[in-house]
Design a binder for this molecule. Structure first.
Ligand SMILES: Nc1ncnc2c1ncn2[C@@H]1O[C@H](COP(=O)(O)OP(=O)(O)OP(=O)(O)O)[C@@H](O)[C@H]1O
Ligand SMILES: [Mg+2]
Length: 155
């Protein structure tokens, strides 16, 4: 299913992330797409809170090192592909082992991942900047992972 939420502040984006995070199961891959500054890392922070991370301040954009791992209810693999031009180079980094494994992978610039890397069910989220603080957040994925509250407020 596809739902679209409007956020008018970072706090709202955090909350949407948190609600989605609460229902995720190990093995899920969450792909985040959207231009620079559209809210992917803010959303990841919310998601990690929903997954029970003790200290959300741990979450920073892993742009320079490709991946951060945060301990939560299940491990969170926070991957950022912004600087990656050729995904094939990452095979040697063993990226695939983190996708669809024991934890939850959240991938900024997730559209760069080839389909063959992805498990059957994944969630894709698109961030559009519609104003200085306004964002349209569109979530595509299996209905069972999309909280009802978001489904009802989705427009
Ligand atoms: N509604 C909103 N939702 C999310 N962030 C917002 C919102 N309004 C303003 N912001 C601001 O926009 C910025 C979003 O930054 P963030 O690092 O999450 O973007 P990003 O998509 O991860 O960018 P990058 O591609 O550089 O990693 C933050 O400075 C945040 O405070
Ligand atoms: Mg980011």
């Amino acid at each position: 299913m596809t739902i679209s939420c409007l956020s008018s502040s970072s706090e709202e984006t955090l909350r949407i992330g948190k609600e989605l995070g609460q229902g995720l199961e190990p093995g899920m891959v969450v792909l985040l797409s959207g231009e620079l500054g559209s809210g992917k890392t803010v959303f990841t922070k919310g998601l990690a809170q929903g997954l029970g991370i003790a200290d959300p301040d741990l979450i920073t954009s892993p742009s320079f090192i490709i991946m951060n791992i945060y301990p939560a209810r299940v491990p969170i693999y926070h991957i950022d592909l912004y600087r990656i031009d050729d995904i094939r180079g990452l095979e040697s980094a063993g990226l695939e082992e983190y996708l669809g494994g024991d934890g939850i992978a959240v991938v900024e610039w997730g559209e760069k991942l080839p389909r063959s890397y992805l498990p059957e069910s994944c969630i894709k989220i698109n961030f559009e900047m519609t104003g200085e603080e306004d964002r349209r957040i569109t979530i595509f994925g299996p209905a069972r992972f999309i909280p009802e509250r978001l489904q009802n407020t989705g427009q």
